[in-house]
Design a protein around this ligand. Structure first.
Ligand code: GRF
Length: 203
């Protein structure tokens, strides 16, 4: 199942990738922390159940996490996929689900946090990209599953670079979830292995 906060282009890539009844994975539900997230409309069009847990209704992070965990548990997911979910999850949530994936728009460990495209341009790096990783309570720091790399071009601005990275996001997220569904992922010493081989990071 997927957690979202905004426009939902990554959610759409997953809805497209796993649309068929014969698909390896099924998106059983979509939960948003924002009632106005466009991602909710995408899910509804795809006939996937949606729930909103508005974080503004909770006095603190723990209470929000507890309600979110309770809503998510109703769906009995094998995997929780953060697809543009813009809240940091604490122990209350993360300790209940061992399999949580996130996608982050940088070649982690480079540029955790926000404004990654602007920061990449300002840093003058030649390559940038996106990473799918397991979620821990440390921000954007869990074991990396797959990355997609793009060049940073001399005349790039933030939006051109973001669009190039987003194409990679839409390619690597379905791939990571297929690997999970096929049982090809394992973790040893905090490093993800695919088919028993350690993932080489690009950051
Ligand atoms: C993506 O760039 C994702 O990597 C980041 O937030 C953005 C969400 O975009 N976590 P969308 O809602 O999937 O279109």
């Amino acid at each position: 199942m997927c957690l979202v906060s905004g426009r939902g282009s990554n959610l759409q890539s997953l809805l497209n990738a796993f649309a068929l009844p014969t698909s390896l994975a099924e998106i059983v539900g979509v939960v948003s922390n924002r009632p106005d997230a466009f991602a909710l409309q995408r899910a509804t069009i795809a006939q996937v159940d949606t729930v909103t847990v508005d974080h503004n209704r909770f006095p603190n992070r723990e209470d929000f996490d507890a309600e979110l965990a309770s809503v998510v548990s109703e769906f009995k997911p094998d995997l929780v996929v953060l697809a543009g979910f813009m809240r940091i999850l604490g122990h209350t949530f993360v300790d209940q689900y061992h399999n949580i994936f996130n996608i982050h728009p940088s070649l982690l460990p480079a540029f955790p946090g926000l404004d990654t495209h602007r920061r990449a341009i300002e840093a003058g790096v030649t390559h940038h990209g996106a990473s799918v990783h397991y979620v821990t309570t440390a921000l954007d720091a869990g074991p990396i599953i797959i990355q997609g790399r793009v060049p940073v071009l001399p005349d790039d601005n933030e939006s051109r670079l973001a669009a190039r990275v987003l194409d990679q996001e839409h390619r690597i997220y379905p791939t990571a979830i297929k690997w999970f569904a096929e049982g090809r992922l394992s973790i040893a010493n905090d490093q993800v292995h695919v088919d028993g081989c350690p993932v080489q990071t690009l950051g």
